[in-house]
Design a protein around this ligand. Sequence first.
Ligand SMILES: [Zn+2]
Ligand SMILES: [Zn+2]
Length: 256
Amino acid sequence: MTMLSWFSADLHIHTVLSPCAELDMGPVNIVKAARELKIDIIGITDHNAAGNVVAVRDRAGKEGPVVIPGMEVQTREEVHLLSFFPEVKQLQAFAAYIRERLPPVRNRPEIFGDQVVVNGGERILYFEEILLVNSVTASLGEVVKEVLARDGLVIPAHVDRGAYSILANLGFIPPALPVAALEIARPEKLPDLLLCYPAVGQYPFVSFSDAHTLSQLKGRFRTYFYLKQPNFTEIKKALQGEGGRKVVIRQGPGSD
Ligand SMILES: [Zn+2]
Ligand SMILES: [Zn+2]
């Protein structure tokens, strides 16, 4: 019988594919930083694209960290949703769906920054030319449905922020929307959030770095999962509180 143990996780990390991320956010640096910070599980979640997930996973190799395939989608309502999948192939199918729903606006690197797809050794494969930081034409409900159809899970991002968040833009979490958890940017403010939105108390909370730079990976808070194995299925079970698995947010190494 496999015992449960604690794994630290940062499931909201941007790479050089996100125009707003710094150019040092390549697979080599991200994996190195995650190892130094003892982050066991990372999620690569670029805006509306997934071109660097395989590169980070290749770089992490057997030594780790474990890389969960993901994406941060911006829905028609300008809501940011973290989506995660058991395997890269499901993410890639979802990425194709999202790509078809991106407005055909070209990136202007001099304004927004480069959108770079690399391999595990950080060799540049190509520059993504469609601007990724736009809302897709699909609604929140449609995007969630597509994620679940591919066995994924959805976590609305930074729900406590004033922009690009489900609470700021919708004012509530639609009760029938099957979200696995809510990401909070400032966990210390959770009591205030619950006063304004008591209904969100029913969801599990997670807090990730949303790192666009290497130094942000340090994070003021960190989320820990109590799991049998560090993988997607176990994380999903922990968010449902299944079989003694659980999730907690703690002060992280960057909290001082
Ligand atoms: Zn976001
Ligand atoms: Zn983000």
